[in-house]
Design a protein. Structure first.
Length: 367
């Protein structure tokens, strides 16, 4: 699977409408009042990749299996969520299991749509959510500290080390009002990742704008981007939930592209979210291709060939011999596997070979 993306934000900012557009479903209730979503809606969507179609044509197969990603529409958070406001503790718990966060910020005025804080200010809205995530981490770390203190023994070095890391994180929150991952030493990163802290989740921002602002943004989005650039460059996507709802109702891909072109847009929100998420999480795609099927697989960047083989089946990694590898561009330009092989473009790679974006593999292994 590609990755699991949690969609968060204040109530009534357009999360559920965007979720429905991304997943091309109507699973999420989009309503003009807070807490229209109580339980998280989950949608699984194929990752669009035109390279799969090219490979299918060259291999004369109708079986095309994309990689998938999962969206989770998490109910709106409010100030005091970490203390249970608005069912907050339950909602915060849902965020812990996602790989990345898409934080939706309302960046348009509309007197007909209620704002939970009465006054629209995306920067203030952002700070409310970030504070709630940090307060939740503070509460979680204090509980973890108490748990480890009960376990500790004079000879237990591992527990002592974990306690030291937890205390360091708590000191960061107390001193800086945030956790700075850059100040965590490399030996501690593994344990910090195990904690699944909410404020450290890779996050990008979806600015929900009106139709007239979807190309160039507006004052709200400019203020946000300027703030981000002043201290910490972050990924920002401009999306109009109303436009995406219209696109979702157009069945023909060609008609969708024509509609986007008329609006001055190149990609749908799904394309933008996937591209941003893959970049943020450091993911790439490799392929397997043949007469039986062509298939896309998602792995982390800097993954070696043996680990990539294990993504298909654990036996492939255990008995790994070598990987027959062709770069995607060579495969397509030369007309498929055998022409590429005859042109000397098929490489024999060992288990430590680092997989590159678009590599096409045949894995050889011992049973």
């Amino acid at each position: 699977m590609g990755f699991k993306c949690g969609i968060i934000g204040l109530p009534n900012v357009g999360k559920s409408t965007i979720f429905n557009a991304l997943t091309q479903s109507q699973n999420a209730l989009a309503a003009n009042y807070p807490f229209a979503t109580i339980e998280p809606n989950v949608g699984r969507v194929a990752v669009p990749d035109s390279r799969l179609n090219e490979l299918a044509v060259l291999n004369e197969t109708l079986s095309v299996i994309p990689t998938y990603m999962e969206f989770v529409d998490i109910a709106g958070l409010v100030k005091g969520a970490n203390e249970g406001e608005g069912l907050g503790n339950k909602f915060l718990g849902h965020i812990r299991e996602v790989d990345a966060i898409a934080h939706v910020l309302r960046c348009f005025e509309d007197e007909n749509i209620t704002h939970v804080n009465a006054k629209l200010n995306p920067i203030d809205d952002l700070k409310v959510i970030e504070s709630e995530l940090l307060f939740s981490d503070l509460d979680f770390l204090l509980k973890q500290k108490e748990l480890y203190l009960k376990k500790i023994k004079s000879t237990d070095k591992e527990i002592k080390i974990k306690l030291e890391i937890i205390n360091h994180l708590l000191e960061q929150i107390d001193t800086n009002q945030k956790i700075n991952i850059k100040e965590i030493d490399s030996n501690s990163i593994s344990f910090v990742n195990e904690l699944k802290l909410l404020s450290l989740k890779p996050t990008f921002y979806i600015c929900n704008v009106d139709e007239s602002s979807v190309v160039n943004g507006n004052q709200f989005t400019n203020n946000l981007i300027n703030m981000f650039n002043s201290y910490d460059a972050r990924e920002v996507i401009l999306v109009s939930a109303s436009i995406e709802s219209e696109i979702a109702n157009i069945e023909s891909k060609d008609e969708q592209n024509e509609f986007l072109k008329e609006l001055g847009l190149e990609n749908t929100s799904l394309d933008q979210v996937i591209k941003t998420g893959y970049h943020l999480l450091g993911l790439l795609t490799f392929f397997t291709a043949g007469k039986k099927e062509v298939r896309a697989w998602t792995i982390k960047q800097n993954t070696n060939a043996a680990k990539a083989a294990g993504k298909i089946h654990t036996d492939f990694e255990k008995g790994f011999i070598r990987a027959e590898t062709i770069a995607y561009n060579d495969y397509v330009e030369l007309g498929g596997e055998y022409p590429a092989k005859n042109a000397g473009k098929m490489r024999q790679e060992g288990r430590d070979y680092i997989v590159q974006e678009g590599d096409i593999f045949h894995f050889l292994f011992n049973n």
